[in-house]
Design a protein. Structure first.
Length: 75
């Protein structure tokens, strides 16, 4: 799993490869949502999931700005 995360970060940082970027964003989102669910499923308070939620906010923000950048480049 850690190798996939490292490869995902590399794909997000290098230019090009739009389809791989979509898969990387999807993978990170799936991983973080699963981590939040697992944390809550074992009875941890939501406050312990806040760093994970912050990571999810960063992924969403990066995804939104990536698409704005791509849209501006095509117009």
């Amino acid at each position: 799993m850690s190798i996939a995360k490292i490869l995902g970060v590399i794909v997000l940082l290098i230019p090009g490869f739009p389809r791989l970027k979509e898969w990387a964003y999807g993978g990170f989102t799936f991983d973080l949502v699963g981590a939040i669910y697992a944390s809550l499923a074992v009875g941890d308070p939501f406050s312990q999931s806040l760093p994970i939620v912050l990571g999810l906010v960063f992924v969403f923000g990066s995804y939104i700005f990536y698409h704005k950048k791509m849209k501006a480049r095509n117009v």
